[in-house]
Design a protein around this ligand. Structure first.
Ligand code: GDP
Ligand code: MG
Length: 597
């Protein structure tokens, strides 16, 4: 396809504003799939995404659209995730595009992620095309929301296309707008090949599949390619586009987006952000790749059965190809054995990674409480980075602990402003800015990251009936009075249960944690003492009393099926038990810290 007839775009929006629905609708209108194939939302293809109703991975689709001017255009679009944990994936997708549709729910208005994603698009000089979605809803106020977009985002929106991705009204107008407003790609097709790897994933049958945007030159099937970062060469096997079905075209040219399969078995062989060129006529310079993302929270993840360690390592390395934000290194715990310390972008990312590992790789895992990264100045004058409570030096060796502070941007309707401010104060926040935009208030707070990554998002949502929205970025490290609270079970320190917390909260946290553990640890044949301590100083204690009767004995003479059920239940419970000393701890115990505070 000629440059002039190609449009590469992403759809950006706050979560739930209708990106995926609109994407599906565009595919349907352009005839990419039959109605039966459309029955299921095609883009959210991972099981997990469909269940949770969110988009995790960026996906691409190539469509042919015959516009009102009679010309046929090739539209390549890349769906992007909307959750705050995945803004990294958004900037990655945008790199392959010349424009972005900014989808805003006409009933909800502008939210924090709308803004955050929009600024990323501006930074990359993309044409941002506003779309007012969900105009079929009775509560839709497209005029008010258009004004809000102008006021908060700062782009013209009065003439924004109004549509309903659900009913299909206005969807043709969206397509026309894409053709009219988004600039065609540039890029010389006669120059040596430069293809940006936007995404790579491992397919059990095909090996590594890479989604690429050709920036310069062209690539044909059977050509020999070179991965520029490591110099490895491979023979291209298959090359083509997603319609959204994988469809071979045999060639991709500058300006186009598609996939390459080159028999790459080594899963680190085609890293995301890398540049592909041809071995025969290589480009001289690589494209600028993607900004490396730094994980925000770390947790220890351990296989329930130590036999699964090798499988676990293998799964992580496959998953990390598909999820470049995933960081991991081996860790061993006295309580949990051998596992990995894994870095995550946020709590949702952590849940999703654990679920993907368990589902896609059939592993049973135990995750410890997440920790942010601390900078510790030792009395020897060294600065070390601590991503786990067990790595915190002894109290006497610490000069200062610095915790990460984020800048949080919150958008909230005026009626909930008071609640949100109260929450921010409770979470040790400092207000740095506040501005009114119609009925919305834009707040900027500096908050300790540790407070934000745990339950802040959920609390913000519940205190504002779902209306407040949040976006945050790491700002700096700041000296704080942090302490490690150790948990002792029958006098034995359980490394995997330790937490780092602000001294002010340590007493309360310790007490709540001990209480929560008492509820979670099942009774055993002896008393179990649970203590929280800072250094040698015990700050809270509780006891799980020994079992009084044999539970099974109760059923004797009674109903056999009931007894069987009871045994079955105990067996299932066992699956996620971990023996620590002579005490059996359930998986929940290791995450108890998430349920307190
Ligand atoms: P995403 O998170 O931005 O991908 O949002 P989804 O496409 O998953 O949509 C979120 C919810 O809004 C779903 O329940 C959709 O059915 C619904 N939705 C999307 N577009 C429309 C629309 O135009 N009208 C109405 N009434 N609902 C919509
Ligand atoms: Mg979606």
């Amino acid at each position: 396809m000629q440059h002039s007839h190609i449009r590469n775009f992403s759809i950006i929006a706050h979560i739930d504003h209708g990106k995926s629905t609109l994407s599906d609708r565009l595919i349907q209108v352009c005839g990419g799939l039959t109605n039966r194939e459309m029955a299921e939302q095609v883009l959210d293809s991972m099981d997990l995404e469909r269940e949770r109703g969110i988009t995790i991975k960026a996906q691409s689709v190539t469509l042919n659209y015959t516009a009102k001017n009679g010309e046929t255009y090739q539209l390549n679009f890349i769906d992007t995730p909307g959750h705050v944990d995945f803004s990294y994936e958004v900037s990655r997708s945008l790199k392959a595009c010349e424009g972005a549709l900014l989808v805003v729910d006409a009933g909800q208005g502008v939210e924090a992620q709308t803004l955050a994603n929009c600024y990323t698009a501006f930074d990359m000089d993309l044409e941002v095309v506003p779309i007012l979605n969900k105009i079929d809803l009775p509560q839709a106020e497209p005029d008010r929301v258009a004004e809000e977009i102008e006021d908060i985002v700062g782009i013209d929106a009065i003439d924004a296309v109004r549509c309903s991705a659900k009913t299909g009204i206005g969807v043709e107008d969206v397509l026309e707008e894409i053709v009219k407003r988004i600039p065609p790609p540039v890029g010389d097709r006669d120059k040596p090949l430069k293809a940006l790897i936007v995404d790579s994933w491992f397919d059990n049958y095909q090996g590594v599949v890479s989604l690429v945007r050709i920036m310069e030159g062209e690539l044909n099937a059977k050509e020999k390619i070179q991965i520029m970062s490591n110099g490895q060469t491979h023979q291209v096997d298959k090359i083509g586009i997603f319609t959204p079905k994988q469809t071979e075209t045999g060639v991709l040219r500058a300006g186009e987006v598609g996939y390459i399969i080159a028999g790459i078995k080594d899963i680190q062989g085609a890293p995301v952000g890398d540049t592909i060129t041809t071995a025969k006529n290589p480009a001289k310079e690589m494209l600028t790749g993607f900004k490396k993302v730094k994980p925000q929270v770390y947790a220890g993840v351990f296989p329930v059965s130590s036999d699964d360690y090798e499988d676990f390592r293998d799964a992580l390395s496959k998953l990390s190809l598909n999820d470049a934000s995933l960081f991991y290194e081996p860790e061993s715990s006295a309580a949990l054995g051998f596992g990995f310390r894994i870095g995550f972008l946020g709590m949702l990312h952590m849940e999703i990674v654990q679920e993907r590992l368990e589902r896609e790789y059939d592993l049973d895992l135990i995750t410890t409480a997440p920790t942010v990264i601390y900078e510790v100045l030792t009395t020897k004058g060294e600065t070390i980075t601590v991503d786990s409570p067990s790595k915190l030096p002894a109290v006497n060796d610490i000069e200062e602990i610095r915790e990460p502070i984020v800048e949080a941007n919150i958008l909230v309707p005026q009626e909930y402003l008071g609640n949100v401010i109260t929450l921010c104060v409770e979470k040790r926040g400092t207000q740095t800015n506040m501005g009114y935009h119609g009925n919305q208030v834009a707040l900027t707070y500096e908050l300790p990251m540790a407070e934000v990554v745990l339950d802040f998002f959920d609390r913000l949502k519940s205190t504002s009936r779902g209306f407040a929205s949040l976006d945050y970025n790491f700002k700096r490290f700041h000296g704080s009075d942090m302490v490690r609270v150790d948990i002792l079970i029958n006098g034995e320190k359980v490394d995997a249960l330790a937490i780092i917390t602000h001294r002010e909260n340590s007493q309360g946290r310790g007490r709540e944690l001990v209480e929560k553990l008492r509820e979670l640890i099942p009774r055993q044949m002896f008393d179990i003492a649970i203590q929280a301590a800072i250094g040698n100083h015990v700050i809270a204690r509780s006891t799980v009393k020994q079992m009084r009767k044999n539970v099974i004995a109760k059923c004797y003479g009674g109903d056999v099926s009931r007894k069987k059920k009871l045994l079955q239940k105990q067996k299932e419970g066992k699956k996620r038990m971990k023996q620590v000393g002579n005490v059996e701890l359930p998986q929940d115990a290791f995450l108890a810290v998430l349920k307190v505070g």
